[in-house]
Write a protein that binds this ligand. Structure first.
Ligand code: KIV
Length: 294
């Protein structure tokens, strides 16, 4: 949605789908109320409560330890901060693999308890049936192909997927299956630009790229990455729009120095008491000290 401010209306999954080939979709992964508010004010189309929160805010090495409870918890915060933005919630590791019933129950929790408008899950042909079951139950689903971080243990690391034509073909076929199963949009993560273009040409739903070049129908970044919240060097696909991490360290360092040096707080940050009240209080306390203990 182009408009910013309070008069905007959240996009539905169908409206997101209809943006295929039109104005580029903009999505941001965010997990807290302050970031959600800024995201809505900026007129971002979709917020993803991604399982990347495990690495970005919980300090895990991968997304694997993230639970449905974690996503619900952060989703509620995001929905409170951005009530007029479409919120997508990630189905985390092994929360949809066991059965359609398990996937429905967990996706239902993300929507009913978390307040999400749709869910995202990783995978292609192996989860196409699951996507169909969710969509049939009325749950809009966003797919996710290319680098699928929940499979990092099998893939062997966070690296570009589909550079050779065998794997590239698999990704194209998977994308077609995800779209046929009823997904309304598809995240493409860490794939070559040319492959992202081919997938985008071949599927009728919008592709939303992250490290997938400029030819997708939209883009997604993790808010903390584009803000420069982390002092580690960013991935090549990240563009930094701010250096918030450095600004935070600087602010915290100056705060500590001010407290230690007596420069904070001053009268400007304190609450005065009427002088007569103070004098009366001191007198009362002095009197009660001099009274004999019964
Ligand atoms: O969890 C996440 O933030 C994601 C994006 C990287 C697409 O899945």
């Amino acid at each position: 949605m182009k408009t910013d401010g309070v008069d905007r209306r959240k996009l539905t999954a169908r409206e997101v789908s209809a943006r295929k080939g039109g104005e580029k979709l903009v999505m941001l992964a965010a997990y807290d109320v302050a970031t959600a508010r800024a995201t809505e004010r900026a007129g971002i189309d979709l917020i993803l409560v991604g399982d990347s929160l495990g690495m970005v805010v919980l300090g895990y090495e991968t997304t694997v330890p993230v639970t449905v409870d974690d996503i619900v918890h952060h989703c509620r915060a995001v929905v409170r901060g951005a009530p007029r933005t479409h919120v997508v919630a990630d189905l985390p590791f092994l929360s949809y693999h066991l059965s359609d019933a398990q996937a429905l129950e967990n996706a239902g929790r993300l929507m009913q308890q978390g307040g999400a408008d749709s869910v995202k899950l990783e995978g292609g042909r192996t989860v196409a049936g699951r996507i169909r079951a969710l969509v049939d139950a009325g749950i809009p689903v966003m797919g996710h192909l290319g680098l699928t971080p929940q499979r990092v243990g099998v893939i062997g690391g966070f690296r570009v997927q589909g550079r050779d034509r065998t794997m590239a073909r698999q990704i194209v076929e998977d994308a077609e299956m995800v779209a046929s199963a009823g997904a309304y949009a598809l995240v493409l993560e860490l794939v070559p630009t040319e492959l992202a273009r081919i997938v985008s040409e071949r599927v009728p739903i919008p592709t939303i790229g992250i490290g997938a070049g400029p030819e997708c129908d939209g883009q997604v970044l993790v808010a903390a990455d584009l803000l420069g919240l982390d002092d580690r060097p960013p991935y090549r696909f990240v563009k930094r729009y701010a250096e918030v991490g450095a600004a935070m360290t600087d602010a915290f360092t100056r705060y500590a120095a001010d407290v230690r040096g007596g420069a904070f707080p001053t009268g400007a940050q304190s609450y005065p008491m009427n002088l007569e009240e103070v004098t009366a209080l001191r007198d009362e306390l002095d009197e009660s000290r001099s009274e004999p203990v019964p």
